[in-house]
Design a protein around this ligand. Structure first.
Ligand code: A3P
Length: 308
């Protein structure tokens, strides 16, 4: 099913998470023992839950809304902790120009360790695989999203990254998703781990649906969480900057470079639809019922609730 020879998924970790091969080989302990600083800022998510959107919001709020500085690529301002665990060697080695390597690929965990403070770090790893003192040391923003929309978004992402054949149907993908057999899966194991910590004073737990419904309200919550003052005018400016249409056009956040480098397919894009409930176009009657049962089975013994 997974076509790429570049990525081999292993079931490892305390809850049998599906993680890139290199994690298992080299970096599990390095990440678990990552020295957290009190001025680090972490955005932790399951993939396709609104990570990029939240990163840009958080970064701007904590960088005096400096839109000039925000022209630098988000990946450089807010690196992806486990980016180097995905083996893109063959793609990256293509960037030799005039006999010189132009691009050495993503930063390693050690590169990120060595960054000056304040560090902004994105990760898709579940909390149990991150440093155990993370929440004691610093602030974490966690974002989640309706798993049906996550699955549709991830399905397109798999195609974008050529991890999956372009003609694969969604139903097959959804079955893998439900069974946790997708990168960083299972979805609920990861989300419920974070949910348990949602009342920790250093944890802000957000939903994509909240950003979508009331972005100014979320901006205020994030500002409060980080003890930042923000005026109504600044909120309005930030809301405009983060608006889907503007975000899609913004080359510092839309991963256009990944397409330019050929890492992503030419068709499609990272900032894709940005809809709540777009899953309805992909689920037939049977899948809809099945999905409701699947969600309910996971949440029924918890107080986890998606926003109304
Ligand atoms: P869709 O594929 O459903 O459109 P992540 O950053 O975690 O990978 O999440 C990507 C998802 O967030 C994509 O969802 C993308 O379109 C959506 N997204 C990114 N920026 C957005 C924005 N400014 N407004 C709304 N949705 C956004």
């Amino acid at each position: 099913y997974l076509q790429s020879s570049k990525i081999v998924y292993n079931h490892i970790g305390p809850k049998a998470y599906v993680l890139p091969r290199e994690y298992n080989r080299n970096e599990a302990a390095n990440i678990y023992n990552f020295p957290v600083r009190s001025d680090d800022v972490f955005v932790v998510t399951f993939p396709k839950s609104g990570t990029t959107w939240t990163q840009e919001l958080v970064w701007l709020l904590l960088n005096d809304l400096d839109y000039e500085k925000a022209k630098k690529k988000l990946n450089d301002r807010f690196p992806f902790l486990e980016a180097s665990l995905f083996s893109f060697e063959d793609t990256f080695s293509g960037h030799v120009k005039d006999g010189e390597v132009q691009d050495f690929g993503p930063p390693t965990v050690d590169d990120i360790k060595a960054l000056p403070s304040p560090r902004f770090i994105k990760t898709h790893l579940p909390l149990s695989l991150l440093p155990p003192n993370l929440l004691e040391e610093t602030k974490v923003v966690y974002v989640t999203r309706d798993p049906r929309d996550v699955a549709v978004s991830f399905y397109h992402h798999y195609k974008l990254m050529r991890v999956m054949a372009p003609d694969r149907d969604f139903k097959t993908y959804w079955n893998f998703f439900m069974n946790g057999k997708i990168t960083f899966g299972p979805y609920f194991a990861s989300v419920l781990e974070a949910w348990e910590k949602r009342n920790h004073p250093n944890m802000l737990f957000l939903f994509y649906e909240e950003l979508s419904k009331d972005l100014p309200g979320v901006i205020r919550r994030v500002a409060n969480f980080f003890d930042r003052k923000i005026t109504e005018e600044q909120i309005e400016e930030l809301r405009e900057h983060l608006k889907f249409d503007n975000f899609k056009k913004n080359k510092s956040v839309n991963y256009q470079d990944m397409q330019d480098k050929g890492i992503f397919m030419k068709d499609g894009g990272f900032v894709r639809k940005g809809k709540v409930g777009g899953w309805r176009e992909y689920f037939d009657e049977e899948m809809t019922v099945q999905a409701e049962k699947w969600i309910n089975d996971y949440v029924k013994d918890t107080d986890f609730k998606f926003p109304e």
